[in-house]
Design a protein around this ligand. Structure first.
Ligand code: CP
Length: 309
C-alpha cells in the first residue's frame, strides 16, 4: 500500500506506478461517495490553505470543493495582490505564517520551483497547484484518472499532446505519469513550442515510445486520446511571438468526425480557441468531465497526505 502521509505533492515525476494506482483507486472511491451523496467527515477538524499567487478557476475551486466535500474548512487567497506579498513579504515568510494556521497547503505561483521552496518552509504538506511553466502534478493525476474513466484503462492508449508543449506545465507533469503505463505518446507542436528536448530525451531513455510531429491530423488518426492545450500567452517574453503562434492548432467538430470519431478529447482548460465549441457536444469531448474529476482526485490527495485514508 502506498503511503502518502505527510508527503508534499510537487512534481509529476515523484510518483511510482504503485502510488499512481493507489491515487486512482482512492479518487474512484471519492467519486462514488460524492455521486451517492454520502456525507464525508474525513477532514473534520482540518483546514486547507489555498494560496494562489496566479489566476485559477478550476484548480483553486476544485481544491476548495474537495475540502468542503470531505468535511473540512478552507482559508486562502485568490491573487497575490490580496496577500501581504504585495507589501514585499517573501514567499518563505508567507508560507511559515500560513503553516501556523492550516494542516495542508495548496499553492499556485508563477515561479518555477516555488512549490519546492514552500515545502521547505512548511511543516504541513504542500500540494503544488502549478509553478510557472514547471509542474502541475494534481492536473496530471486528474488527467490520468480521466483517461482511465473514459477509456476503461490507461495502458494501451496512444496519447497525443498538442499545442504549447514548451511552456505548458500540465503536459510537463502529464508525461511523467504516463511514462509508467504502456502508452505511446505523440507530441504535436509548432517548431517554437516543442516539448523541452531534455524531457523528451530523458523519457526516451526511460523506454517511453514517443513521436514528434507538426501534423495534428496525422496524429489524430492513430490517437485514442487527444490532449489539446492553450498557447501560454503569459509565459511569452515577446508579445509578437505569441501573436505569431496563437491559433496554431484549432480542433473542429469536422476534424473529429472526419478523422477519428472515437477520439477522447481532453483539455486542462481554460481554452481560448484550441477547440471550437461545436466539439463540446461530441460524446468523446471529455474536458468538462475532466474538470469534475479534479474534485475527486484532489479529495483523494488531501485525504492521503493527511493520512486520513
Ligand atoms: N487546469 C487548470 O489549471 O485550470 P485553472 O488555471 O483554471 O486552475
Amino acid at each position: 500500500m502506498a503511503d502518502f502521509k505527510g508527503k508534499d505533492i510537487l512534481d509529476g515525476a515523484q510518483f511510482t506506478r504503485n502510488e499512481l494506482d493507489h491515487v486512482l483507486d482512492v479518487a474512484d472511491y471519492m467519486r462514488k461517495q460524492v455521486k451517492e451523496r454520502r456525507a464525508l467527515d474525513l477532514m473534520d477538524g482540518y483546514v486547507l490553505g489555498t494560496l494562489f499567487f496566479e489566476p485559477s478557476t478550476r484548480t483553486r475551486l476544485s481544491f476548495e470543493t474537495a475540502m468542503h466535500r470531505l468535511g473540512g474548512s478552507v482559508v486562502g487567497f485568490a491573487s497575490a495582490g490580496t496577500s501581504s506579498s504585495a507589501k514585499g513579504e517573501s514567499l518563505a515568510d508567507t508560507i511559515r505564517n500560513v503553516d501556523q494556521y492550516v494542516d495542508v497547503i495548496a499553492m499556485r505561483h508563477p515561479k518555477i520551483g516555488s512549490a519546492r521552496e514552500a515545502a521547505q518552509a512548511a511543516e504541513a504538506p504542500v500540494i503544488n497547484g502549478g509553478d510557472g511553466a514547471g509542474q502541475h502534478p494534481t492536473q496530471a493525476l486528474l488527467d490520468l484518472f480521466t483517461i482511465q474513466s473514459e477509456r476503461g484503462q490507461v495502458d494501451g492508449n496512444t496519447i497525443v499532446l498538442c499545442g504549447d508543449l514548451k511552456y505548458g506545465r500540465t503536459v510537463h507533469s502529464g508525461v511523467e505519469v504516463y511514462k509508467h503505463f504502456a502508452c505511446k505518446l505523440i507530441f504535436v507542436a509548432p517548431e517554437a513550442l516543442t516539448m523541452p528536448p531534455e524531457i523528451t530525451a530523458r523519457l526516451k531513455d526511460q523506454g517511453v515510445e514517443i513521436e514528434e510531429t507538426t501534423d495534428l491530423e496525422a496524429a489524430m488518426a492513430e490517437a485514442d486520446v487527444l490532449y489539446m492545450t492553450r498557447i501560454q500567452k503569459e509565459r511569452f517574453e515577446d508579445p509578437a511571438e505569441y501573436e505569431r503562434l496563437k491559433g496554431s492548432y484549432i480542433l473542429t467538430r469536422d476534424m473529429v468526425e472526419r478523422i477519428n470519431p472515437d477520439l477522447t478529447i481532453m483539455h486542462p482548460l481554460p481554452r481560448v480557441d484550441e477547440i471550437t465549441t461545436d466539439v463540446d457536444t461530441l460524446p468523446g469531448a471529455a474536458y468538462f468531465r475532466q474538470a469534475q474529476n479534479g474534485v475527486y482526485t484532489r479529495m483523494a490527495l488531501i485525504a492521503l497526505v493527511t493520512g486520513e485514508i
